[in-house]
Write a protein that binds this ligand. Structure first.
Ligand code: CTP
Ligand code: MG
Length: 384
């Protein structure tokens, strides 16, 4: 008895807006799609997970699923229905007994809902997660209510939607010429029975930018332990004509000396995050004696620190950096620095602070011997 989860991620997210499709949006340190995939990968009843993606998104997909054990990605089509059909056809050789079809834009999938859907699947019978409608329903035309709609027996369809694999594959092929918004509709059009099982509010789909804020709020609500970590670093000036600060190259009369790219700001920030989860320091994870880190992009170090947080199912709430130097001037680069840090940590740029100060020409930074940086990071961890 094999069960495969098929994640639908080939949409363009036009209502969400922005440059990258919503399933690749950063949600507190992990892409939306990655969160959905992990819910299935960690569920004991799911054997394999496959994803249907848009051909333009190969790079985004690789980054979002780095290190996850997924089947090869499948190319989607112009509509969700077409994407699902292609996904099912690509799995024909694997021929699982059961398939759970899931919108990758729904990042939170409770294990209990997966169980409920799986338990309700039978011969030529599918099951979908859904919630009953509690609000009164009205039909309006041009803003004027023209009818009351009976809500008795009305459900909001969610995903996962689960079916015997061959039945739903044949159904999708049979009704490919008709338009259906979900797989329950496809299954019924092909004569199958579909039942509803209780879904969950947290299974909501990210459709607009506000939904991402709702998802962040939900994670905040779940995390009930906050930790603060601090970091500090100094690099001396050496030869070169630019310094790397917060992942941004800034033209300067000198460079910074160091084993890696000497990004003193990212090093302080890496230590702050590691400190918040009591995971040692940057030298412990990336020894300066290791030739692999010669000239390395310090984004690698910061990415690893962020991974230590997500491994604990936590997320970074806020980071604050102070860069201490007389020169170069930080102000003109501040926004680029914040954006780069937010990108590396996969967090909202509104939670990234970069500041600068001088030491009034006193001390090592005042004498222009090098640059120092201090950082503080707040991390949220789930209970337990
Ligand atoms: N989907 C897909 N292939 C398509 C269209 C949608 O795989 N051609 C996927 C989406 O990636 C999403 C799920 O189906 O995970 C539900 O679709 P929807 O919420 O409508 O997402 P988008 O189509 O991306 O968004 P929009 O309609 O706002 O453009
Ligand atoms: Mg759509």
């Amino acid at each position: 008895m094999t069960t495969v989860a098929l994640l639908m991620a080939a949409g363009r997210g036009s209502r969400f807006g922005g440059e990258r499709p919503k399933q690749y949006a950063a949600l507190a340190g992990k892409a939306v799609l990655r969160r959905a995939a992990c819910c299935y990968l960690t569920h004991p009843a799911i054997d394999r997970v496959a994803t249907v993606i848009h051909p333009d998104d190969a790079g985004l997909y690789a980054a979002a699923t780095d290190g996850l054990d997924l089947l090869p990605s499948i190319e989607g089509g112009d509509t969700r229905q077409e994407s699902v059909r292609r996904g099912l056809e690509a799995l024909a050789d694997l021929n699982p007994d059961t398939i759970l079809i899931h919108d990758a834009a729904r990042p939170f999938v409770p294990a209990k809902v997966i169980d409920r859907v799986l338990n309700a699947i039978g011969p030529r019978t599918g099951a979908i997660a859904a919630l009953p409608v509690h609000d009164s329903l009205r039909r309006a035309d041009g803003g004027r209510i023209i009818d009351d709609v009976d809500r008795f027996g009305v459900w909001r369809a969610q995903t996962p939607q689960g079916f015997p694999f061959q039945d739903i594959r044949e159904a999708h092929i049979a009704v490919a010429h008709e338009g259906h918004t979900d797989d329950a509709s496809v299954a019924r059009a092909a004569g199958m029975t579909v039942t509803v099982v209780e879904g969950a509010e947290e299974l909501f789909k990210i459709t607009t930018a506000d939904d991402l804020l709702r998802a962040e709020a939900l994670l905040r609500q779940r995390a009930d332990r906050s930790r603060v970590g601090m970091g500090f670093d100094v690099h001396r000036f050496g030869s070169g004509d630019s310094v790397q600060l917060c992942g941004v190259a800034i033209p300067h009369g000198r460079g910074l000396a160091g084993h890696s790219d000497a990004d003193v700001a990212l090093h302080a920030l890496t230590d702050a995050i590691l400190g918040a989860v009591c995971a040692g320091d940057i030298g412990h994870h990336f020894p300066p004696t290791d030739p692999r880190w010669q000239g390395a992009d310090s984004a690698i170090f910061l990415t690893e620190a962020a991974r230590q947080v997500t491994d604990l199912d936590g997320h970074i709430g806020h980071v604050d950096l102070t860069i201490i130097c007389e020169r170069p001037k930080i102000g003109p680069h501040r926004e680029a620095m914040r954006a780069r840090i937010a990108e590396i940590l996969q967090i909202n740029v509104a939670t990234v602070s970069v500041k600068a100060t001088t030491t009034e020409r006193l001390g090592l930074t005042g004498r222009g011997e090098g640059i120092a940086a201090q950082a503080v990071a707040t991390v949220w961890l789930p209970a337990g």
